[in-house]
Design a protein around this ligand. Structure first.
Ligand SMILES: Cc1cc2nc3c(=O)[nH]c(=O)nc-3n(C[C@H](O)[C@H](O)[C@H](O)COP(=O)(O)O)c2cc1C
Length: 305
């Protein structure tokens, strides 16, 4: 997730457990094949065999609308050892959509087909190719055509954020549409959107019929969520991580950025995470209140428990 789940956060969340796979923030692709340093910036894990510190594989996400250039970047990523390529057809951001990338492409299934086919041509079968979509741009009228285009283009699976671009992030995610996709498409569908608890997971699986889910904001608010889901699947009682544990993750996140980020940027990251954490932990709300006026991490450290 752009601006939120960078390599540092991927390390922390996958160390907390429960994830089978994670995806980078998007690498924006416009008119050229990026140099190595750009791939490394989006995915520093490429120097560790494309795995987080916990050993979880990391897939590279590409965002762009020009088939040949998308393919060129995918080919480079594969040469660098990427275990998978994910194509972002869901990004709602105005700058991206204005420049012909992200959700705007859902208006034209032919474009999706061309992009996926071009990328598949350079991504061997042992490297997964997936696409992330929304239900549509303004509405769901092209959903099944879009899914078919991606399948015919050669994607191995599809992740569907169960909202249109017009829906933005307004709840609830419409999981029932995922079941409709599964009726018409042989491609595996990964369900995404509003899975914030084990109960949400269970309801989503039941309504959508999907076997796999992608969790985003829910894992940022509750870093133990993937582990809780895995525990529930194993028939164990899911146990929520306590605030002391979360506080140590938060402090670890801030401390580990000291070599790469300045004091102000670390403070911003701490506040950003606390805003998510306070949805699940009252103590995070208290902590946020105490430090909200401070703009340097050195001034807020040690973070209040
Ligand atoms: C701050 C933010 C950044 C995001 N960045 C990306 C991104 O780079 N690539 C992507 O596929 N989705 C991105 N998303 C969308 C999420 O992956 C996900 O589809 C959406 O938040 C719904 O799932 P959730 O309810 O589990 O968060 C982003 C969402 C947010 C809130």
């Amino acid at each position: 997730m752009e601006g939120l789940l960078d390599a540092c956060m991927r390390d922390i969340l996958t160390e907390a457990g429960g994830f089978d796979l994670c995806v980078t923030e998007f690498l924006r692709v416009t008119d050229k094949v990026h140099p190595l340093k750009k791939f490394r910036r989006v995915c520093p894990e490429l120097d560790r065999g494309w795995r987080t510190s916990a050993g979880t594989p990391v897939v590279l996400q590409l965002l762009g609308g020009v088939p040949e250039v998308m393919a060129g970047n995918a080919e480079r990523a594969v040469k660098l050892g990427a275990p998978g390529i994910d194509i972002n057809f869901g990004c709602p951001s105005k700058p991206a959509n204005r420049r012909d990338a992200g959700a705007v492409l859902l208006k034209d299934p032919g474009r999706l087909y061309d992009i996926v086919k071009a990328v598949r041509a350079v991504v061997p079968q042992d490297v997964t190719l997936s696409a992330k979509i929304r239900l549509g741009y303004d509405d769901t009228s092209l959903l099944f055509e879009n899914v078919a285009a991606i399948g015919e283009g050669g994607a191995d699976f599809i992740t569907v954020h169960a909202r249109t671009k017009a829906d933005g992030y307004v709840p609830p995610a419409r999981w029932e549409w995922l079941a409709k996709i599964k009726e018409v498409s042989p491609m595996p569908v990964v369900a995404n959107g509003d899975i914030n608890s084990v109960d949400d997971y269970r309801r989503c699986i039941e309504i959508s019929g999907c076997k796999s889910v992608m969790i985003g904001r829910g894992a940022v608010s509750n870093p133990g969520l993937a582990g809780e889901i895995k525990a529930a699947l194993a028939g164990e009682l899911p146990i929520k991580l306590d605030w002391i544990h979360i506080h140590s993750l938060l402090t670890g996140m801030a401390e580990s950025r000291k070599e790469t980020h300045d004091d102000c940027r670390i403070a911003m990251r701490v506040k950003q995470w606390l805003i998510y954490l306070q949805k699940e932990y009252d103590e995070a709300g208290q902590c946020f209140k105490t430090i909200s006026r401070l703009n340097a991490y050195s001034a807020m450290s040690p973070l209040p428990l």
